[in-house]
Design a protein around this ligand. Structure first.
Ligand SMILES: NC(=O)c1ccc[n+]([C@@H]2O[C@H](COP(=O)([O-])OP(=O)(O)OC[C@H]3O[C@@H](n4cnc5c(N)ncnc54)[C@H](OP(=O)(O)O)[C@@H]3O)[C@@H](O)[C@H]2O)c1
Length: 268
């Protein structure tokens, strides 16, 4: 899709990756509907863009029962004035902890934001998204590789990948593509100091959020069904499908380091 003059609804817009996506999409000529919970952050982002008057903000908490309804009502009203061409499901969060130490509520909220929300916004979008249109779901390397400390987040992102694939096939010929982009570790507030330090100790590369933003532009322009960012993560994602034992052995060697950093949070 050529992004010039397209309208893109971007969730998680005020986050580390969302902010850089907004800049990159605006540079391609898109208008944006910037979505997150914190209005001040959204307004600051909008005003930091080159053409603030082209963009809008929408405050939604997807973990509230009326979150999807608020988004849906806004979009149904919006498309009476101007079409919405792209939905990017980017809002997400996670908690780096042992499963045994998580509350049921925090697990439910993590699953809801990372998995149910993209499913429900995609369902809603079928009622207002322009044809041809694109739904882009932001996943993670952890959607392809189960990693200690991120059990429920891995489950949610794996679900997002399969959901994207299934819906893309379900809508084949209907004018809507459903794409999936899996970033690896990226330097944003999502990762606290422990995670950043652990990644450094394990030799896991962390991308700047601008790298993810450029991949977002590429996947939208080329309409590739799925993309993984970075070597060797791209390779590990494939190896984990074919030879999961190899990846388990490699993670086993890192186990003491991983547990050390998980325990730092647990002991706080
Ligand atoms: N950073 C990484 O290492 C990494 C790696 C792979 C994949 N990803 C994925 O990339 C996406 C963006 O992550 P990021 O690193 O940019 O995270 P981030 O900096 O923490 O930003 C998260 C965004 O989601 C919004 N958000 C959080 N909870 C929300 C809720 N309940 N309702 C609505 N919006 C909510 C936040 O804004 P408010 O707080 O104002 O609502 C913020 O805009 C996520 O899907 C993440 O899983 C990140």
């Amino acid at each position: 899709m050529n992004l010039q003059d397209k309208q893109v609804l971007l969730t998680g817009a005020s986050g580390g990756i969302g902010e850089k996506m907004a800049l990159a999409l605006e540079a391609k000529g898109a208008s944006l509907i910037l979505v997150a919970r914190n209005r001040n952050k959204l307004e600051a982002l909008k005003n930091s863009l080159n053409y603030p008057q082209r963009h809008q903000v929408l405050c939604v908490d997807f973990n509230q029962s009326d979150g999807i309804e608020i988004l849906d009502e806004f979009c149904l009203a919006q498309v009476k004035k101007r079409r919405i061409d792209v939905l990017i499901n980017n809002a997400g969060n996670n908690q780096f902890s042992f499963l045994a130490q998580r509350s049921a509520q925090s697990l439910q909220q993590e699953m809801h934001l990372n998995l149910m929300t993209p499913i429900l916004t995609s369902q809603a979008a079928l009622g207002w998204l322009q044809r041809p249109g694109i739904i882009l779901n932001i996943g993670s390397t952890f959607g392809s590789i189960g990693f200690p400390g991120y059990t429920s987040y891995c489950a949610a992102k794996a679900g997002v990948q399969r959901f994207s694939e299934a819906l893309d096939r379900e809508l084949d010929g209907a004018g809507i593509r459903v794409l999936y982009l899996a970033p690896r570790a990226t330097a944003t507030p999502l990762n606290d100091d422990r995670v950043t330090e652990m990644n450094r100790r394990l030799g896991n590369h962390s991308d700047a959020p601008e790298v993810v933003a450029q991949h977002v532009v590429t996947i939208l322009e080329k309409e590739r069904a799925a993309m993984w960012i970075g070597w060797p993560e791209k390779l590990f994602a494939r190896v984990n499908q074919l030879l999961p034992k190899l990846v388990s052995n490699s993670i086993r060697k890192q186990q003491d380091t991983i547990h050390h950093y998980i325990n730092q949070a647990t002991s706080k």
